[in-house]
Design a protein around this ligand. Structure first.
Ligand SMILES: [Cu+2]
Length: 147
């Protein structure tokens, strides 16, 4: 019995030491809807990496090109650009991807994305240990504001 108690006591420590499979969680993913001929849109979500890491890549079957973008001032103009080296995910801290900020840019869209559609997006997060975690996200499409 004593042995079992010891084992149970160290179990949480072992769990921390082992590379966890579900290191990163993605909450409330969504994609901004598009109009016909629109070739790009954004995917947004709240991403939390328990151990800390970087969002290094993304892909989706609806888009030819997918990049992780940030907004930044260039002179007086707010522009978006690819995040160099991946988006930093501090350990245990929720990072918001939202309109006007970080987003997963879906470009070279293959079709119109309508409210009610679901867009599969694959996110690749690299942990501090260099291990890569692949997250399959199903992001519902929300209509453009004003439509
Ligand atoms: Cu963008």
């Amino acid at each position: 019995m004593k042995k079992l108690a010891t084992l149970l006591a160290v179990a949480p420590l072992l769990a921390l030491a082992l590379p966890a499979q579900a290191q990163t969680t993605v909450k409330e993913p969504w994609v901004r809807g598009t109009v016909p001929q629109q070739k790009a849109t954004g995917m947004f979500a709240q991403i939390t990496s328990a151990g800390g890491g970087k969002l290094v890549a993304a892909s989706s079957p609806v888009a030819g090109v997918v990049e992780v973008h940030e907004m930044a001032m260039e002179g007086n103009v707010m522009k978006m650009r690819a995040v160099a080296g991946g988006l930093d995910l501090p350990a245990g801290k929720a990072v918001d991807l939202k309109p006007g900020g970080y987003h997963v840019m879906l470009m070279d869209l293959k079709k119109e994305l309508k409210a009610g559609d679901t867009v599969p997006v694959t996110l690749v997060v690299e942990g501090k240990d260099g291990k890569r975690e692949t997250l399959e996200v199903k992001a519902p499409v929300k209509a453009l504001a004003g439509h």
